[in-house]
Write a protein that binds this ligand. Structure first.
Ligand code: AMP
Ligand code: ZN
Length: 135
């Protein structure tokens, strides 16, 4: 498979690995959005979070938990992000969690600044979504 992250895992593409666990690795993003931008990925190729099994999922988020205190010490505030699918902005189709140190003077904003704020739902649409998503 022609996947950059699978090539990082196989050692075909060199990277600065920070920590490795049984099912996951963490490394420095090659095109960082800020100083200390880190990625955490599963070793096995999956495009979306829901494609991972429970063990892979808990190993991945346990490594996120381990790395966040390190990364958060850089500025004291960190954005965690997952683009879960192409239309959500996922460019590399292999699950990855971004840990991006943020600071008050950076160019990014709150999550609502990513979207057009004219989007509104009617009460019936909210009820419909609630029924669809409730477990
Ligand atoms: P996304 O746009 O959410 O799919 O994020 C993909 C991330 O992978 C981006 O932040 C890229 O900078 C990063 N990236 C791409 N190629 C490499 C590489 N060879 N080593 C490390 N990070 C990479
Ligand atoms: Zn892959």
């Amino acid at each position: 498979m022609d996947c950059i992250f699978c090539k990082i895992i196989s050692g075909e593409i060199p990277t600065k690995i920070l920590k490795e666990t049984s099912d996951s690795i963490s490394f420095l993003d090659a095109f960082p959005l800020s100083k200390g931008h880190v990625l955490v990925i599963p070793k096995k190729h999956h495009q979306k979070i829901q494609d991972m099994n429970e063990k892979e999922n808990s190993d991945l988020f346990s490594l996120v938990h381990t790395m966040i205190s390190k990364v958060d010490s850089i500025t004291g505030s960190t954005l965690l992000a997952v683009h879960n699918g192409k239309d959500a902005g996922q460019e590399v189709p292999h699950v990855h969690v971004h840990l991006v140190p943020r600071s008050k003077d950076d160019s990014a904003g709150a999550i609502h600044s990513m979207f057009d704020d004219s989007f509104k739902l009617s009460d019936s649409e909210i009820d419909e979504l609630y029924t669809k998503l409730k477990i």
